[in-house]
Design a protein around this ligand. Sequence first.
Ligand SMILES: NC(=O)c1ccc[n+]([C@@H]2O[C@H](COP(=O)([O-])OP(=O)(O)OC[C@H]3O[C@@H](n4cnc5c(N)ncnc54)[C@H](OP(=O)(O)O)[C@@H]3O)[C@@H](O)[C@H]2O)c1
Length: 302
Amino acid sequence: MRLLNSQHHPTTLIMTLTIDTKLKLNSGYEIPQLGFGVYQTPPSDTARCVSEAVKAGYAHIDSAALYRNEGACGQAIRSFSREKIFFTTKIMPYTLGYESVQSQIDRMLNETGLGYLDLVLIHAPYGGSAKRKESWKALVEAVEAGKVRSIGVSNYGVAHLDELERHIAELEEERGGKGKGGVISVGQWEIHPWCPRDDIVEWCKKRNIAVEAYCPLVQGNRWGEPIVKKLAEKHGKSEAQILIRWSLQKGLVPLPKSVKSERIVANAQVYDFELTEEDMKSLDTGVYEHVSWDPTTAPLKD
Ligand SMILES: NC(=O)c1ccc[n+]([C@@H]2O[C@H](COP(=O)([O-])OP(=O)(O)OC[C@H]3O[C@@H](n4cnc5c(N)ncnc54)[C@H](OP(=O)(O)O)[C@@H]3O)[C@@H](O)[C@H]2O)c1
């Protein structure tokens, strides 16, 4: 524990970040702050990548039905201590619905062999209001049944998030009171210095919802950017390490992906330096350019 400069932050205590740093979720469970992504990791190579990541210190793996590699993630996780590794997966986009979510969760449990899923997210808001509500209800019931520990959403815009709060209130009425509508523990969005999504992050912060940052390395599209290059030289780190550290210092949960052994290790070596307030400010680019899809802008009625 470290006390920040008392003049500027009279009451702020910050924990020094380590690879073991965890965030407390609204569900009561904890999530390791550094995650490891497996989007586009070939299923046949996923067990190796996940095993190498766990050996390098990651305790949190981010998969999805869409990635077709949940089984391989489960296989690797089962070879370690189940309780020590946080596993996330996501409901297939464009397949929302009550029975669809129920059957997907059962398939995920079967394929991974993990016994329970730490976190299940609705991958994208596509499908319309009624389907979003039914899907959320199925997730809430999966938590009550002990199949899933925490639930959340990905790629929801502020309008979808506001609607989800209304759905939770309705479900509380319909299902018998406080808590029966479920709690939002985590949200996941593309976030990096060129797509900071301040409005969504603020919405989540107010409700203690953990914000995960996907594409923390901008999918490799921004190497050589002068501001990042300068910081990499200043701190003697790689540009990837600067971007991951930015995410961690923002209080986000970055999910860097790599299939390369040396990068898997290096991307986790981000705890031996600190970006100054000025460094952090220099990464406020004022730009909003996503590199992945952007369902946050999908209309409420689709
Ligand atoms: N919810 C969603 O809709 C959504 C969407 C996209 C992603 N995600 C999640 O977020 C994770 C991360 O996003 P992402 O995989 O799209 O992009 P990313 O992590 O920003 O970037 C991955 C790319 O960077 C390369 N890379 C990794 N480490 C590097 C390093 N140290 N130096 C140079 N290049 C490096 C990787 O290549 P190599 O593999 O060859 O190293 C890969 O091409 C995904 O895996 C997934 O779990 C979620």
